[in-house]
Design a protein around this ligand. Sequence first.
Ligand code: Q9C
Ligand code: ZN
Length: 342
Amino acid sequence: MLTLHSPRHALHHGTELKDGTIKPSFEHPQRADTILAQVRAAGLGELRTEQPHDRAALVAAHSERYVQFLETAWARWTATGRQHDALPLVWPVREGGQAPEPEHIDGQLGFYAMDAGAPINGGTWPAVQASAHVALTALDAVASGEQRAAFALCRPPGHHAGPEYAGGYCYLNNAAIAAQHARTLGVGRVAVLDVDFHHGNGTQAIFYRRPDVFFASLHGDPLRSYPYFWGHADETGAGEGLGANANYPLPHGTDWAAYSPVLTQALARIRAHGAELLVVSLGVDTFEHDPISHFRLRTADYLRLGQQIASAGLPTVFVMEGGYLVDDIGRNVVNVLRGFED
Ligand code: Q9C
Ligand code: ZN
């Protein structure tokens, strides 16, 4: 399988609030390095770096003002004399939600974020932009018919980023940008299947009112798991998009025996929707030893996951999302891609 990647991912590394203290983020540059090393060692196929794409491809999935915020936030933060990660401290909850965009950088950080899990520093924008370009380049290779499938080794990940907010280590929604790019290139119906442990709230939000991009997600039940406020089974889309969103919340401790039949259901919905191209938000934080998640998939199960996704028989773009046990994520990702090709 063709793999797309970017050395620019390493420009971005940040901190996170964990148990009340600031620690290095679990979303660490070593994640992409180890996945790339394992893809190479497995001889999975050709490796290419990203092709630059027009800004229009980003703004097709996010608002203009949000992309502009990401492009300029670091310069505006440091202009106020601060040098460490830009992190939001205040959010527009409920009744504040309709307020105009604040002018001060501190207000904007909250306005454009769902949590404090997406710090911004000097390398963030170039890494985020490269990550989206990796997904777009993978989509091009598949939509053109050159490849049946491709793996976009995106970092930072994207599926928590919504139309105009960052959060959960995510800034631009690489999977949504790729799915929208497929539509722009003329693919009629697209599906996004999200198998990261966490619900892909950002992808859901971007396509919630649209019938042309089906979104299906298997994830830890939001009553107990991040992102807590989205991912329930009764979120089925709205307006013209009603029926084009399918959430499968699953309990702590879900193993392959419980996971696989639910994946079968999700893939049946995708087939019934008439999707012609599949984008997979590929998180391997469903692993039994993942440090921040609560499912129990084993390394060998990822082969079966890849096989099951292949059974949909669709041109497929895998987009890297989460997975935080650095020692094992490379093997688990390679197993998904190998299983798909078997
Ligand atoms: N104890 C992705 O996998 N922290 N993002 C949750 C729960 C945020 C995960 C803490 C997790 C974000 C792409
Ligand atoms: Zn995740």
